[in-house]
Design a protein around this ligand. Structure first.
Ligand SMILES: [Zn+2]
Length: 587
């Protein structure tokens, strides 16, 4: 996919007045320097949706969404950046430059389009087969699993009949080539050269992009001896298993409105939970969640409630998915179900309310992990408590940020009836890894964004010249681990490349980052501080973080029985004194 030239995008932004655009959807009233209206992204009765015409951004103080004119269209129309640009260009009569594409890119785009078309036709054909007379047994089976006709139609269930090449014939009849059918993975070539349908005698579940286009299928076996139980489309130019979250096309709006997503494992878990009216739900489909899937989800929410099978495999997948989500900066809760019941079964057996109650009672991830760990030991005995602490330490090592590590240690100490100081020195990896590699995976909104950071961000939008000077003077380490580091880093980089403007910054931010920035920028003069002072505070904080880390390391070394060299401690003490001097110098 080619890119639009930056000049054109900037030019378009000049024309596409944000108030005019948003007024198509929201009735806005001018109050002071900004425009106000009822937020189109969440239900409200008093307006908390603000539009700043001069700076070209919107922000809702109710639900937190914010961004520039492109982000508004992306969110409201559920389209991508490119599409938003095209729509605005058309509306304001700005000619769209030809996207530069090589022949290869053009051919690739053409192929992907054909593959999408094939999937669309195949999905419709499977649905038709499910409605046909020979499929009565399959429909009975679906009804037997308590999937209503409405749900079956929402998820697009279909049936692949048992004949060896019924789909192939149908698609060839529509004018698609056999080569493209092979490329789509809907037919397979056998050793004898014959080409037959991949899916035969299976209940077909279409897998979609979040835009709704079908890109692959899952096929569930219908006979007891049929293997495998689930057969999936292979990876194709339009489908990558690790990048696709099942059901997002149906649930993305509910996820954004609800502010969280329930993550289940299978197609039927999804169908049942969705049917029960818990609509912000997605399924990982089998394996533990991947980073790319997490990033897909991140566009809609930063909070996930895991609802996996309580069996051992389910729990292991849950633990793995949890860790990855926490590392990606998600807030994660875990909902547990009684032994032997997956969400599908639970909802069918106990109903919607009982399931909602389980979700309400879901535990924060760390608490859940601790409960699981503690369950294995008798905390009434000294030995049991010691073993519990041993078992909890590896969890501590995986927690990405300082604040949550501290909460965790407090909790472990409380349960084991020991002091926190007895635990810290043993958390070797957690502490030393902090020395060398500060956490990089922190995202806005999770850590507290400090006043100094807010000051710089406010100034970046309203008085960028001074803010950029102060920002350029900071060392990269000063920004590491800050809640707003990704935003400040981007501003620095744009400035280095001589490309910075508040509007370019807003355009390049992720959804979560844009919310953070527009939220701060919408707050009157509250954050109009001296930028140099903000920068000084950030540098001082970094020295203070280093000092704390070094102190812990010193404590640890001194507590080791066969003491490591006093030289090592000596060097750390010297470094600590240096830091204290620097900190004093910045007060
Ligand atoms: Zn809102």
């Amino acid at each position: 996919m080619g890119l639009f030239p930056q000049r054109f995008v900037e030019d378009l932004k000049q024309h596409a007045d944000i108030v005019t655009v948003i007024q198509d959807y929201v009735s806005l009233r001018k109050t002071g320097a900004t425009y106000k209206g009822l937020c189109p992204f969440h239900g409200e009765k008093t307006p908390s949706f603000h539009v700043n015409r001069d700076k070209g951004f919107f922000h809702c103080f109710g639900c937190g969404v914010g961004g520039d004119v492109f982000k508004f269209l992306e969110l409201h129309e559920k389209i991508g950046f490119q599409e938003a640009v095209k729509q605005l260009a058309q509306r304001f009569g700005v000619p769209v430059p030809e996207l530069e594409q090589s022949d290869e890119q053009r051919a690739g785009a053409q192929e992907r389009e054909t593959l999408l078309k094939i999937h669309e036709v195949a999905a419709a054909w499977f649905t038709e087969q499910l409605a046909s007379a020979p499929a009565a047994r399959v429909r009975a089976l679906v009804a037997d699993r308590d999937v209503s006709p409405a749900t079956a139609s929402a998820v697009g269930l279909g049936w692949a009949p048992p004949q060896r090449d019924a789909l192939k014939k149908a698609l060839l009849g529509q004018g698609f080539s056999q080569a493209m059918l092979l490329r789509a993975g809907l037919v397979v070539q056998r050793d004898d050269g014959s080409v037959i349908d991949r899916f035969r005698n299976r209940l077909m579940i279409p897998i979609c992009r979040d835009s709704g286009s079908v890109i692959a299928f899952g096929g569930r076996a219908l006979d007891a001896d049929q293997q495998p139980k689930y057969l999936n489309s292979p990876e194709t130019p339009i489908y990558s298993k690790g990048r696709t979250l099942y059901g997002l096309n149906l649930s993305k709006t509910a996820i954004r409105q609800g502010g969280f997503a329930v993550l289940v494992e299978g197609y039927f878990d999804f169908a049942q939970v969705y049917q029960a009216g818990v609509q912000p739900v997605v399924a990982s489909c089998g394996t533990a969640l991947t980073t790319q899937q997490a990033q897909q989800l991140r566009r809609f929410t930063g909070k996930v409630v895991l609802s996996f099978d309580p069996d051992a495999a389910g729990q292991a997948a849950a633990a793995k998915s949890c860790e990855m989500l926490v590392e990606e900066g998600f807030e994660v809760n875990v909902a547990t179900l009684p032994a032997g019941e997956d969400p599908d079964m639970f909802v069918r057996k106990h109903g919607r309310d009982a399931y909602s109650e389980r979700l309400r009672r879901s535990q924060p991830y760390l608490e859940y992990m601790l409960d699981r760990t503690a369950a294995g030991f008798d905390l009434r005995t000294g030995e049991g408590r010691a073993s519990f602490v041993d078992a909890a330490l590896p969890i501590l090592d995986r927690i990405p940020d300082r604040t949550r590590q501290e909460l965790f240690v407090k909790e472990v100490a409380g349960r084991a009836g020991v002091s926190e100081d007895a635990i810290w020195p043993r958390a070797k990896k957690a502490v030393t890894s902090r020395l060398h590699s500060p956490s990089t995976s922190q995202l806005p909104g999770l850590n507290q964004v400090t006043k100094a950071e807010k000051g710089l961000i406010w100034l970046l939008i309203h008085q960028p010249e001074q803010a950029l000077v102060a920002l350029a003077a900071l060392a990269p380490a000063d920004l590491e681990g800050l809640a707003s580091s990704s935003v400040l880093d981007l501003a620095r980089k744009l400035n280095d490349d001589k490309k910075f403007s508040p509007s370019v910054l807003l355009e390049q931010l992720s959804m979560a980052e844009a919310q953070l920035v527009t939220g701060i920028a919408s707050e009157g003069e509250a954050h109009a501080h001296d930028p140099a002072e903000c920068a000084r505070i950030l540098t001082r904080r970094r020295y203070e973080r280093e000092r704390t880390t070094i102190q812990r390391e010193i404590d640890r070394l001194q507590q080791q029985p066969n003491g490591s060299g006093p030289e090592e401690v000596e060097a750390l003490l010297t470094r600590k004194m240096e830091l204290i001097r620097k900190i004093e110098g910045l007060r």
